[in-house]
Design a protein around this ligand. Sequence first.
Ligand code: ADP
Ligand code: MG
Length: 433
Amino acid sequence: MTAIQEHSLILVVDDTYTNLEIISEVLKRSGFAVATAHDGISALEKIEFIYPDLILLDVMMPGIDGFETCKRLKANTRTSDIPIMFMTGVSDTDSKVHALELGAVDYIIKPFQEEEVLARLKTHLQLRHLTKNLETQVAERTAALTQALRELQESQIQLVQREKMSALGNLVAGVAHEINNPMGFIVGNLQPAKEHIQELFRVLDLYQKYYPQPVPELQQEISNIDLDYIRADLPNLITSMREGVSRICDITNSLRTFARADSDRKLECNIHDCIDSTLVILKHRLKGNSYRYDIQIVRDYGQLPLLQCYPGQLNQVFMNLFANAIDAIEELVETNHHHSLTTHISPTIWIRTSFNPDHTGIAIQIKDNGMGMSEEVHQKAFDYLFTTKPVGKGTGLGLSIARQIIVENHGGLLKASSQIGVGTEFVIEIPFG
Ligand SMILES: Nc1ncnc2c1ncn2[C@@H]1O[C@H](COP(=O)(O)OP(=O)(O)O)[C@@H](O)[C@H]1O
Ligand SMILES: [Mg+2]
């Protein structure tokens, strides 16, 4: 006896008691488990409790006949793929065709040859077994392929992200470096320039002291250029140039912090520097226009230790979240404008950093009072390629990249809560170590 047979349960349905007896006897002797039913209805009832591997079904029965019973079995998803073999005394071709059309696998004629019935039965059980195996294999393959696809998408995100980061990082670092060089000349020359000017003025003073009555041409020129004004204004010019220079230095420093390459290793870094340098880069987007005020940044930074992280990646997360917050604020302003409403709120992004609730890491909250998300958008916001923005503006990558960086690369959490028309809050949690 083969393994398939050993465990196979055959349901025999026949209204003639002797037939049932004989077939059951034959099947049991060949090692099958057998269940019986006297008509279609009781077969359908019985099938609620058992799951046969094959059904031998009489055609002519009182109540509902074999064909109807077969139809109902095929209509039920739980029983639809149990193979059915019809048995009947009539050998007309019409009912054979009908039986096969109804989805039966075979048709045997009574009185039958024991060997033949057993042979056919085994064939169908074997077929069924193979089909099942095949289905499992297909399901397994499909699952494996789905998983592979997901991994591929993820590594693609990572690639895109790394590509963009390294291109942007190189550019930014390069520009910052190039600016720093000539900046050095200016910084270095400002002080001597100031001193030279002071010296020149001292010489002028001396001239005026010893030659109080200069020739008319000189007098004319002195009044033309308004020498007193120049004398008063020059120190201001120098101070403001100093300020400009120092601001440029801040910016290039931020750019360098932002672009700090961090390919494979985690570095100890100050999260607040990361956030601030990202904001410097987005500064032009925070500035107001004829529709809206400047976007205010409200910082509430906690006392935090340095964090082991990939700073370049975290910068990208901050960049994505801030860019989304700015987009959401702009969308709210535009929607209001479209409905001829003025936006009374002052557009704001709040940033709060703290220890996470159980002090095993840090938490960063980024909140905006922009458009907010509907429940439906919220559900899909982190999906790969999901965007509600027009082509060219949204890529649908921002949040999936952010989640990947936080969850997979830093073992952390990224959650959002939002209320439409009110705003959105993202919370990042990153564990220590
Ligand atoms: N701060 C936010 N406020 C409102 N909606 C947001 C915010 N952040 C993300 N979303 C929604 O999530 C979607 C996906 O964001 P993201 O993955 O960054 O892709 P993209 O910004 O390119 O659309 C956005 O299109 C937007 O609908
Ligand atoms: Mg985005």
